[in-house]
Write a protein that binds this ligand. Sequence first.
Ligand code: GLU
Length: 312
Amino acid sequence: MSKTVVGRFAPSPSGYMHMGNLLAMLLAWLDCRAQNGEMVFRMEDLDPARSRREYVDALAEDLGWLGLDWDRGWPEADYAQSRRGEIYERYFEDLRRRDLVYPCRCSRAERLAAASAPHPGEAEWDRRCRCARMSRAEQAALLQSGRPLAWKLRCPDEDIAISDGHYGLFVQNPARETGDCILRRADGVYAYQLAVSVDDMLMGVTRVVRGRDLLASAPRQKWLIETLGGTAPDYCHAPLLLEGERKLSKRYGSLSTRELRQRYKPEALIGLLAHACGLLDRAEPIAARELIPLFSWERITREDIVFPGNDL
Ligand code: GLU
């Protein structure tokens, strides 16, 4: 028997959702429901400075309004990343024992410089800041200094292949192409790459469907999950929704669900999204569940979608 498909919503409550987020949520839900899967809702409220209670509430409410339901997750505390610090710590300590992370004393500006593309003549190694090459003694002295330090992952210097369910083969050498990423910030907050990998692993997620902008993170997440002893999910990235006509003051992409909900019934919005991504020939009102039998990745465009402003 094939294993149960487990999909997930993993929004960040740093603002109200816009059409691009809604498209990614709709596709994640359809992908899961079309396979009779179980849907998980995880609240990615990792960053206390950016997460707001009103957005947390709005996310769940907006998904419900659209008819996108879930089987487990929010509002259970175990599914809020802000409550999972001890779990991330355990996995972080495992990586630390294995010398797969190192403390970084660089300023934010230095870190950004280290992450930029190498210029001709520079060694690839320069993409790693010097902290990656600190001796044990230097590291110990730094840790003893008591200053707040970020911790970075030693990204693997090897090709990692993802067979993306929508975009096909994607190969990346993280050490060369992305540079080492921060797993724990200097203020102690665990970072996205660690939290998302640990959570997808522990929550039994088998299908990650999300916007194409995160495709570049998938090889690191796959590698992290496997390094931590788990099985990586299948990744399936969705086209992005871009803003159309610049001259309109309010465009699709920037309209928040607060505004969209005043203008549209949920079926009308679902119809617009389904048409925009290629699932429906016409933008006619339809309930999300009526799209389940029509859903197939083959019908979904791979091009990013530009909404013409006058569709509004
Ligand atoms: N929480 C992330 C965001 O809203 C998405 C994480 C993911 O899907 O991996 O951008």
